[in-house]
Design a protein around this ligand. Structure first.
Ligand code: ATP
Length: 514
């Protein structure tokens, strides 16, 4: 993972937000390469989900969200994670992510300062592996009490009181990093609240707004307008790509858990009897999608979420998980949410949200299947999947390592790099520039004339450019007249080269990068 994070920074994929000010935790900026990669992913998702389907339309909802929308959806009341704090370091943890640990617990009733100037009765405990680590446990406990005694007190000045030792099994009450006791878990709402308009009262409910925690709610709120304005009939979907915000307790694993991120969501509305079948159909569709953007099926784990872990309104949920270097983690959730969401908004708004089926003359609230994917998590999976270090041996038997991002061409930030073999050769430069101009309206290309051509290839390998086009002496017809007006195309993965006529280049490339 470290290598990937460092490549992402070095080559302009992803930077920490506000890095020059020490960084904004949980927020990331995409650089010149990252933005192309992310756009390619979003555009391909849109093409597959909206453009190439008759039954899905798109929308783009506002990020600022009306308080009532999120009250009705249950987010204001319940969109929270349990959190707890380490009593020693004050580090904040997701209580449900603390692993169960066993070992020897050292319990104390309180502590005093050895010089008698301070005394405190307060229970505390530390978990260590075995009795043999008693010294470690005592030091940790003394550090904790020293903090309570005051800023300048050292743990060496502390005398622990009422020590007791007891085996502990499967407890989630201790910080895995240092063994310190944690606080009790409490619920923490993950939404970012804001005040809308120049009101003087921050607590005025009419002025309260939220940054949306998911794109889905604006789809449910506009479902009726879209139904009335676009002649769609059940089953049909509404798709949206956009930013969502969650004040995650513990943002981590690079972009995997961020506070600001992008989602690609589909709400697919259907008749109640079709929900279970459609959730399976979407699962297949989504797996093919990942395959097509460079995350093969074999590396995706399908978790059929068991009854007791699913949201109460969901009749079936699949989590698609990817083998990230830091563990197997969720990329996308595909949930059959029944009529829960529209029913909530019908109640909350007092507006009818039923669908009238002209054939059966029935009126009912449609059910919904929701494939909800994270754009940033998919970008990260694509980068992890593409990253490769290839050992090469040159003609002289010298070993070398080539870093290469093996993106599928449709996702690669740059589709083709264009080089004149020699930058001093005016004719080569002229033709290379001409090729650049011809390709630019169709795809992102990159012109480079600096340094040896081998070095230029390597630079492109590192950002995953699938094709490098070199204008050389053959292009000018200098050695073999039959090769005049052809260029060398070097393939990133095989490093093989072939010649293609300049006039065929655009079609040759389009066929390979779509
Ligand atoms: P998690 O359990 O990892 O917090 P979730 O189950 O709460 O995720 P959903 O509410 O189902 O996530 O959101 C749908 C998708 O949005 C997720 O599968 C993920 O790809 C993306 N997503 C959710 N939270 C984040 C985040 N903090 N950072 C990046 N992507 C996220």
């Amino acid at each position: 993972m470290e290598k990937i994070v460092s490549l992402c920074k070095r080559r302009g994929f992803i930077f920490q937000a506000a890095e020059i000010y020490g960084g904004l935790n949980g927020c990331w900026d995409y650089g010149p390469m990252g933005v192309e990669l992310k756009r390619n992913l979003k555009e391909y998702w849109w093409r597959k989900t909206v453009q190439e389907r008759d039954d899905v339309v798109g929308m783009d909802g506002s990020i600022l969200t009306h308080n009532s929308v999120l009250v009705a959806s249950g987010h204001v009341g319940g969109f929270s994670d349990p959190m707890c704090d380490c009593l020693l370091t004050k580090e904040r943890l997701r209580a449900d992510q603390v692993p169960a640990q066993s070992g020897m617990g050292f319990f104390y009733t309180g502590a005093a300062k050895k010089d008698g100037s301070w005394n405190m009765e307060k229970e505390y405990s530390v978990l260590v592996e075995t009795e043999k680590q008693a010294d470690k446990a005592r030091k940790t406990a003394a550090q904790y009490y020293a903090q309570l005694a005051g800023k300048d007190v050292s743990h060496k000045e502390i005398e622990l009181q009422g020590e007791r030792m007891e085996p502990v099994t499967d407890s989630t009450m201790y910080n895995p990093a240092n063994g310190s006791l944690l606080t009790e878990a409490r619920e923490f709402n993950l939404m970012f609240k804001t005040t809308i308009g120049a009101t003087s009262d921050e607590n005025d409910p009419n002025a309260t707004g939220w940054l949306r925690p998911e794109t889905a709610q604006s789809i449910f709120c506009q479902y009726k307008n879209i139904l009335d304005s676009s002649r769609v009939k059940l089953p049909f979907g509404i798709a949206q790509i956009g930013k969502s915000f969650r004040n995650e307790i513990n943002p981590r694993n690079f972009t995997f858990r961020s506070r600001e991120f992008e989602q690609m969501e589909i709400e697919y509305f259907c008749r109640p009897e079709d929900g279970l079948r459609l959730v399976d159909e979407w699962l297949e569709k989504r797996l093919s999608f990942y395959d097509e953007v460079g995350v093969p099926r074999e590396h995706i784990h399908i978790l059929d979420v068991p009854d007791d872990e699913r949201a109460f309104y969901s009749k079936k949920t699949y989590d698609l998980e990817y083998e990230f270097p830091f563990g197997i983690q969720e990329l996308e959730g595909i949930a059959y949410r029944t009529d829960y969401d529209l029913t909530c908004h019908q109640k909350g708004s007092g507006r009818p949200l039923e669908y009238f089926d002209e054939e059966t003359r029935e009126k009912f609230i449609p059910h919904v299947v929701e494939p909800s994917a994270g754009c940033d998590r998919t970008v990260l999976a694509i980068i992890c999947e593409a990253y490769d270090e290839e050992e090469l041996v040159d003609d002289k038997g010298k070993k070398d390592v080539r870093t290469v991002l093996r993106f599928v061409p449709r996702i690669a930030p740059i589709k083709a790099a264009i080089f004149p073999l020699l930058k001093k050769n005016e004719e080569q430069v002229r033709i290379a520039r001409e090729i650049e101009k011809t390709l630019q309206p169709w795809m992102t290309v990159f012109y480079d004339e600096a340094g040896a051509v081998g070095r230029r290839y390597r630079r492109q390998d590192e950002v995953g450019t699938p094709f490098c086009i070199t204008v050389d002496f053959e292009t000018l017809g200098e050695n073999d007249p039959s090769l005049k007006d052809t260029v060398t195309i070097r393939h990133r993965d095989s490093m093989e080269q072939e010649r293609v006529a300049v006039k065929d280049l655009l079609h040759w490339l389009i066929a390979r990068v779509r």
